[in-house]
Write a protein that binds this ligand. Sequence first.
Ligand code: CUA
Length: 334
Amino acid sequence: MLERLGLMPPQASTFASQVDMLYAFLLMVTAFFSVLIAAFVIGFSIKYRRRSDSERTPHLHGSTALEIAWSIIPLGIAMVMFFWGASMFVTLKRPPDDAMQVNVVGKQWMWKIQHLEGRREINELHVPVGRPVKLTLTSEDVIHSFYVPAFRIKQDAVPGRYTTVWFEATKPGRYHLFCAEYCGTKHSGMIGEIVVMDPADYQAWLTAEAPAPAAAGVAAGGESLVAAGRALFEKNGCVTCHQPGSVLGPMLAGIVGTSVTLQDGSTVKVDEDYLRESILTPQAKVVKGFAPVMPTFKGQLNEEQILQLIAYIKSLGATPSASGAADVQGKTGP
Ligand code: CUA
């Protein structure tokens, strides 16, 4: 009803109705107690008003039962809010394993989006209906916030780290995308659209500006993230040290998701943030058994390129000797 009156944005994701139910609950509890307390204030001020100048307040005794009641009942209500909200938060923070991966880079004042398959867009995100989509966000400059009211999701894009959020769209259509964090002069213009399509339309869209065949060259804008990352891996010489048998750098195939031991004996989980840090600040966490010889790539790679490299490293899978590193080595060997 509120949606039809224009008081609420459309409900277009699997979270939307859940978020709205929690919101309605909070609103009703708040309204109920506001009215109740206002009624007591007014009622008591009439009932216990001072009737004459000589009237004195009698000595009052506390009521233990009353005090326990007004402590326990609100505590119970607050706990319901807490567990309800927390369980939704946990769901929102854990994308399903089969979620489609999309990278989002915010900058003043636009959203740059890369699909794994290679399509790129600005201020528009095309997604299929009925499929979970995981967004990995970062920023090139200041904090932005990726806000899609119809999906009831909002996630900050923070420079220097990755954040994630996911959604599953339930209705084809076009939905507003806003930046919800004040980020400078044209913050209010940092807007876009999420285009939710039928899966078949989405497939057609994905291949519409078909990526040039791999043979046509590395520069093609439409190449997949993995291919773009692989080209960067070669061009920047990563392959020289990160190859089987190298004593200079650890093998990268299958490393994502594992834990590595560092020089000081501590361990770190190899995730996107660790890969990013290792590319930009290689000396920060050097893997045990290797010398801190890797140069930094700060200033040489932009955020989108780092995401491409990470996509490539993730694609190397769990078989160290397989395709990835090995055949790249073949191409660029000395
Ligand atoms: Cu970006 Cu506000």
